[in-house]
Design a protein around this ligand. Structure first.
Ligand SMILES: Cc1cc2nc3c(=O)[nH]c(=O)nc-3n(C[C@H](O)[C@H](O)[C@H](O)COP(=O)(O)O)c2cc1C
Length: 311
């Protein structure tokens, strides 16, 4: 079987998880140039906006990169056309099935890697012709499933014959080794890049990540079936209060409307949505993306060398 790095065409078996509003060309270029797979968000973009971002990425790197499709968006057919026209080598998908687009991607040689929360969905995606899956545990930042990385990854690895890439809660070399020990052959990380030098977010957003500890995040939206992990703040406290009081979907939605942009672009980390994973407590300094990626794999090698199970 081809390794994940061979499938991606990268130096490292590492995917930078797509992050709505955040994984724009600056971060994608930095990750791909550092030997990982940068993943461009397409959330909120129309066809020509996505094309412009793809071209900015191509101007900044000659290395492979991907575009992420959140499949519940209503302009997916347009975005698929641009991805194929621009010869993007890899697509990651979430929030729906890529089934209608698989024939077109296959014909164009675009590799599809769905992000999945369960064994059931992993099997479906393998049957559809995905080249690998990202098994994403609920430790992750942003929209999450219900199973932890620790429990999800080995069960998915047992169930399918294509490579499994682990996501959720990976913050250093120990996390990388743990992912491999569970049966993964690669990693996807998001939170570790949130305070990176090249990440195009407001400084206050980065400071909120640096200040976070191990219990800094909360999950909202459980009751409406759309759980999201963010750093706790005034908006999240209000949301949880309303959610516990049985507020309507519309009321809850009005609170979170454009809240990610508020945090990412305006730096309003009290009223905006500071999406981040549980591993945010281990992000303690602003560093270049290259240092972060090399650090993960150098540390992993040292961890493997010193690993001993003692009785
Ligand atoms: C701020 C933020 C935004 C995210 N937005 C998306 C998104 O738009 N689409 C998606 O598939 N995953 C999204 N994710 C999940 C990441 O792609 C990735 O799987 C996750 O961050 C991995 O877990 P970690 O945060 O523990 O590293 C987001 C994560 C964060 C932290």
């Amino acid at each position: 079987m081809a390794t994940v790095a061979e499938i991606l065409g990268t130096k490292y078996p590492l995917i930078q998880g797509s992050m709505a509003r955040i994984s724009r060309h600056e971060l994608v270029i930095a990750v791909s140039n550092a030997g990982g797979l940068g993943v461009l968000t397409s959330a909120g973009f129309d066809k020509e906006e996505l094309r412009a971002e793809i071209r900015r990425v191509k101007a900044g790197t000659d290395k492979p990169f991907a575009v992420n499709l959140m499949l519940m968006m209503d302009n997916i057919p347009d975005l698929v056309d641009v991805i194929i026209e621009e010869r993007v080598p890899v697509v990651t998908t979430g929030a729906g099935t890529p089934k209608p687009y698989m024939p077109a991607f296959k014909a164009a040689g675009v590799k599809v890697i769905p992000v999945i929360p369960s064994v059931k969905v992993a099997k479906k995606m393998a049957d559809l012709g995905a080249v690998a899956v990202v098994a994403e545990g609920m430790e992750s930042g942003g929209h999450i499933g219900g199973t932890t990385t620790m429990a999800l990854v080995p069960q998915v690895a047992n169930a399918i014959d294509i490579p499994v890439i682990a996501a959720g809660g990976i913050g250093d070399g120990r996390g990388v080794v743990a992912a491999y020990a569970l049966g993964a052959q690669g990693i996807q990380v998001g939170t570790v890049f949130l305070a990176a030098d090249e990440t195009p977010v407001a400084d206050a957003f980065k400071q909120a990540i640096l200040a976070a500890d191990d219990t800094a995040t909360a999950v909202t939206g459980q009751r409406i079936g759309a759980p999201v992990r963010t750093i706790k703040n005034a908006m999240i406290a209000k949301y949880l209060e309303l959610e516990n009081a049985g507020a309507s979907f519309a009321e809850l939605e009005s609170l979170t409307m454009a809240s990610l942009s508020k945090a990412v672009f305006d730096g309003d980390v009290e009223n905006g949505s500071v999406m981040a994973g549980e591993i945010a407590g281990m992000v303690n300094s602003k560093r270049p993306v290259k240092d972060i990626i090399e650090g993960l794999f150098n540390e992993a090698e040292a961890v493997v060398k010193n690993l001993k199970i003692t009785y």
